[in-house]
Design a protein around this ligand. Structure first.
Ligand code: UT7
Length: 412
């Protein structure tokens, strides 16, 4: 039986022209550039202009991806849109995109998995490709988060931005593509990131609108905690599942939520920052668009090269998470080369595989030990921090000098 591999053959992105800087936000709410940069790493984000929304951004990104792949919209078998901010609750935005692209023979669906949506969708697309069911799938991550932001809530308004990234996943005989994946959900945190009154349980009545219940609410701390745990755990899972260690990984593409979350994960994984793609300083957290925007920029500027093994890891509302190891096959390969490559796949002997498994197991143990140590230091630091914060507040109340703030509250 022929073995098929998934291959990313095209990509395209679109971000709105309108830039909203931290200094602009200073004029809108009680915040400042220094706080935002030190607590998140974000400096600016893109916000849609009048007339732009998820579908229009997706169509622009998708047209670029189709052009790069050298196929037409009519060649698409399936469109998967990852988004929590569709143009309408009904119909699915994926169908409007299908219509606007002219993808007449494509099925279309929308995946709502928060910021993890794109990695969920890419993993899903790879299954349809590897079974041979489909030949070309368009996967889009697109969000217009700005539409759901309460611009008086400094806890969320500073974080998010709009944008769209699209890739074409095609059937290939070249070994590579999706090597391993992991998807999960911790539904016990369902209310940590929520728009309370924009569904069937609670609708945007006058009263709810007055209370801004139709806007995004977030409990930042629990999401932060969840994020730091799954970023390293899920990465270790997919890397070991592929029989690899972090030493074999060429590029890491983390969800672009917060520089501190990324730094903490890198420390636990003992992975260099130079091999990690970060663009959150320019776009903020674009939710389901964040991983594709980072991936596409890295492909465009050559940071992802032929045969690179790349980890993608995302987390978000739900609370969901998804990770994958993807090997990027060379774009140019003749059919003869493909046939040779396939007969050589997998090339590993049973002994090589055993060795790989042992390396992977040793690597997993090392990361688990680092994670335990880091969690233990968090458990000690947090009460200490809260105690000092209490002192600081009391000191302020009594007009006394403030005790010196803890320098690194990073570990929360
Ligand atoms: O895709 C998933 C999306 N969500 C996330 O990734 C969110 C994960 N969580 C986070 O990234 C962080 O929790 C935040 C960046 C949201 C907040 O950072 P934090 O270090 O957890 O800050 P905090 O909420 O504990 O607030 C610390 C202080 C508070 O003041 P007091 O009580 O110490 O006097 C806040 O009122 O900072 C204050 N504060 C701000 N100050 C200036 C909170 N937001 C702001 C702000 N500007 N924008």
């Amino acid at each position: 039986m022929t073995q098929y591999f998934s291959k990313i053959t095209g990509w395209g992105m679109y971000v709105p022209e309108n830039v909203l800087t931290n200094h602009d936000l200073e004029k809108m709410m009680d915040t400042n550039d220094e706080w935002i940069v030190t607590r998140t790493g974000i400096r600016e984000r893109r916000i849609v202009s009048e007339g732009e929304a998820t579908v229009s951004m997706s169509v622009k990104a998708s047209q670029r991806a189709l052009e790069k792949a050298g196929i037409s919209a009519e060649d698409l078998d399936l469109i998967i849109l990852a988004s929590s901010t569709p143009d309408y609750l009904v119909p699915p935005a994926s169908s409007i995109i299908q219509d606007q692209l002219g993808a007449t023979k494509a099925a279309a669906m929308t995946v709502v998995a928060g910021c993890s949506g794109f990695v969920y969708s890419l993993n899903t697309a790879a299954q349809f490709i590897q079974t041979g069911a489909y030949e070309h799938i368009l996967v889009i991550g697109a969000e217009t988060i700005s539409a759901g932001i309460d611009w008086e809530d400094r806890g969320t308004a500073i974080l998010f931005g709009d944008g769209a990234g699209a890739v074409i996943v095609s059937r290939s005989l070249q070994p590579g593509g999706l090597l391993s994946m992991k998807m999960g959900s911790d539904g016990s945190g369902w209310d940590a990131l929520i728009v309370p009154a924009l569904g069937t349980r609670n609708y945007p009545s006058h009263e709810n609108i007055e209370k801004k219940e139709h806007k995004l609410k977030m409990k930042g701390r629990p999401v932060f905690k969840f994020a730091t745990r799954v970023m390293s755990d899920a990465t270790v899972d997919v890397v070991t599942q592929a029989g690899l260690t972090m030493d074999d990984i060429d590029v890491l593409i983390p969800h672009q939520a917060n520089q501190r979350i990324i730094d903490l994960a890198l420390r636990r994984l003992n992975f260099p920052a130079e091999k990690t793609i970060v663009n959150l300083d320019r776009y903020g957290n674009t939710s389901a668009a964040s991983v594709p925007l980072a991936m596409i920029e890295a492909l465009e500027d050559g940071r992802i090269k032929d045969n690179d093994k790349v980890v993608m890891i995302a987390f978000g509302a739900g609370l969901t998470y998804a990770a994958a190891v993807w090997q990027f096959q060379p774009m140019e390969v003749s059919p003869e080369d493909e046939a040779i490559l396939v007969t050589n796949w997998p090339v590993d002997s049973a002994f090589q595989r055993k060795m790989q498994e042992m390396r992977a197991a040793a690597f997993k143990m090392k990361v688990q030990a680092r994670t335990k140590a880091s969690e233990a230091s968090m458990a000690i630091m947090l009460p200490l921090y809260s105690f000092r914060k209490g002192l600081k507040k009391r000191g302020k109340k009594n007009g006394k000098d403030e005790p010196k703030a803890l320098e690194d509250k990073q570990s929360q």
